[in-house]
Design a protein around this ligand. Structure first.
Ligand code: FAD
Length: 482
């Protein structure tokens, strides 16, 4: 009540997946009103799908970093838990605020919930405004000639680049005025960081806006100049590792794109490398737009005929895959990198996903769920879109009959074995020639390398050629061909 009588009513700034102060349209417009700001984060159940454990680990640190940045500017982050609408209404009642500004979420259920919240607030006379702070273009802004969503990436990206202008950069405000006497919860009570056991010891990340900026600067200086080819080699530090920062909105995708283009304009990197990077950011938008327009793709095959795929029930195979114990070194290296660090290189994500869906013939939804819980960058649209891409059932998918050979992939993209040796250390002394298929090594080579197959490292859980034939056979259920 204390605030209801102040002359300038505060604006509630509802932070969600836009945990940054630079290039934040909702913050920019809130500050432009000249009124006090109430920055709030509400820990509510995600209406599309509750966040996984690794993602919550990240959220914990990201919120702390945002609070510190706000405090540097004379403000602070107000934390609340529970139903978003109820929490916003009570904050409005407590403070006399009459406006709520937010950056939009575009996942189907969150989008619908936000529309309901906006309706309720507006009916109560609250000025409720939404902005796009997370995507290059908002869903609905990139449609084909028949006003329908694109289902193929290349024309989508062409249309996006033609339609969407980079917004002018907006630096973080120097000062943000926030009324003092507003109650907040303590993040320490939220239990977002794992305990008993704390499985996050190997998570080597700096969540938050400064961490995102540092990751981007490092990438521009080191990775971007050879990005197009280097991005396929998991042992090289050639990709940006921006995905978890982008997911939590610690950096705007336009800023990442623009800084890459600026590096090309300054002659520091070839223009084609910067364009490739922007195109990868485009896949993120493509995924988000698809999910927005086709909400059932989270749990149904985008191409309905793929629902006929005869998936196998194989708990042991699934467990070996999750634990990195399949006997295929590149697959195991990827799954162990994921478990240890909360992230996996894109090339290896494709290989491990293909191994699950094709070699093991296990439903892509099982793999998608494991990624969801273990990835720090777990993103509903990108995860589902990419899993369906690998499974052949997606909108613009890899054909199902193209089956990654995990041995050949290792020999091509990890030729010197740096990636496998790092994540599967029990094979580190095996010469390159046998590293991707240890079971083909002569006994004396294994002995000299200190590898006892079946003891130190598993025998392969399946035979590649047989599994490939089985996968192609299974495809007949979809195509109807004999
Ligand atoms: P960079 O190569 O530096 O790319 C820059 C940015 O572009 C990334 O940060 C990401 O935001 C975007 N991007 C790149 N490739 C893709 C792609 N194929 N699809 C969508 N966006 C892309 N990415 C996620 O962010 N969250 C996920 O949950 C996720 N699940 C995946 C599941 C599977 C089975 C596969 C094959 C890929 C998945 N990806 C996911 C996409 C991709 O693997 C990661 O975005 C990428 O590895 C992140 O590393 P980076 O930031 O260094 O990428």
């Amino acid at each position: 009540m204390e605030f209801a009588c102040v002359a300038t009513k505060p604006v509630v700034l509802w932070f969600r997946r836009d945990l940054r102060l630079n290039d934040n349209p909702a913050l920019y417009h809130a500050v432009a009103t000249g009124r006090p700001i109430l920055p709030v984060f509400i820990q509510d159940r995600d209406p599309d799908r509750p966040a996984g454990a690794a993602s919550l680990w990240w959220l914990d640190k990201s919120l702390r970093a945002l609070d510190a940045s706000l405090q540097d500017r004379g403000s602070r982050l107000i934390l609340r838990r529970g139903d978003s609408l109820i929490q916003l209404q009570s904050l409005i009642q407590e403070t006399g605020a009459d406006a709520v500004f937010m950056n939009r979420l575009f996942e189907p259920a969150a989008f619908a919930r936000d529309a309901d919240i906006a309706h309720e607030l507006k009916s109560a006379g609250v000025d409720c405004r939404g902005f796009n702070g997370s995507l290059l273009a908002r869903p609905g802004a990139v449609l084909n000639g028949s006003d329908a969503p694109y289902k193929v990436f290349t024309p989508f990206m062409k249309a996006l680049l033609a339609a969407a202008e980079p917004p002018p950069p907006t630096p973080a405000p120097r000062r943000i005025d926030t009324p003092d006497a507003v109650q907040t919860e303590s993040i320490d009570d939220w239990g977002l960081h794992p305990t008993r056991p704390d499985w996050s010891q190997g998570f080597d990340w700096t969540p938050g806006e400064a961490g995102a900026d540092a990751a981007l600067s490092d990438f521009l200086a080191r990775g971007l100049k050879t990005y197009a080819k280097g991005r396929d080699h998991p042992a090289l530090p050639t990709t940006s590792r921006l995905s978890p920062h982008l997911h939590r909105g610690e950096i705007s995708p336009w800023r990442a794109a623009q800084r890459a283009r600026d590096a090309a304009d300054a002659g520091a990197v070839p223009a084609a490398e910067a364009a490739k990077f922007v195109s990868e950011l485009g896949w993120r938008d493509f995924s988000a737009h698809l999910l927005h327009h086709f909400p059932t793709m989270t749990d149904r095959a985008f191409r309905p005929e793929y629902e006929a795929m005869p998936w196998r029930d194989d708990p042991e195979g699934l467990e070996a895959w999750k634990r990195g114990r399949t006997g295929y070194p590149l697959v195991d290296a990827g799954m162990r990198q994921l478990w240890t660090t909360g992230w996996m290189h894109n090339r290896v994500r494709m290989v491990v996903a293909s191994f699950l869906v094709k070699h093991l013939l296990i439903d892509w939804r099982e793999g998608e769920a494991w990624f969801w819980d273990t990835l720090v960058d777990a993103d509903l649209a990108s995860n589902v879109q990419n899993w369906q891409w690998v499974a052949g059932s997606g909108a613009d998918a890899a054909p199902y009959f193209r089956i990654f050979n995990p041995i050949a992939q290792g020999e091509k993209f990890d030729a010197e074995g740096g990636y496998v040796r790092r994540w599967v250390p029990e094979l580190r002394r095996l010469p390159d020639r046998w590293l991707q298929s240890p079971w083909t090594a002569p006994p004396e080579v294994l002995r000299d390398a200190g590898v006892r197959l079946g003891k130190d490292y598993p025998h392969p859980i399946l035979d590649h050629a047989q599994a490939r034939a089985r996968a192609l056979d299974a495809l007949k259920a979809v195509t109807g061909r004999d």
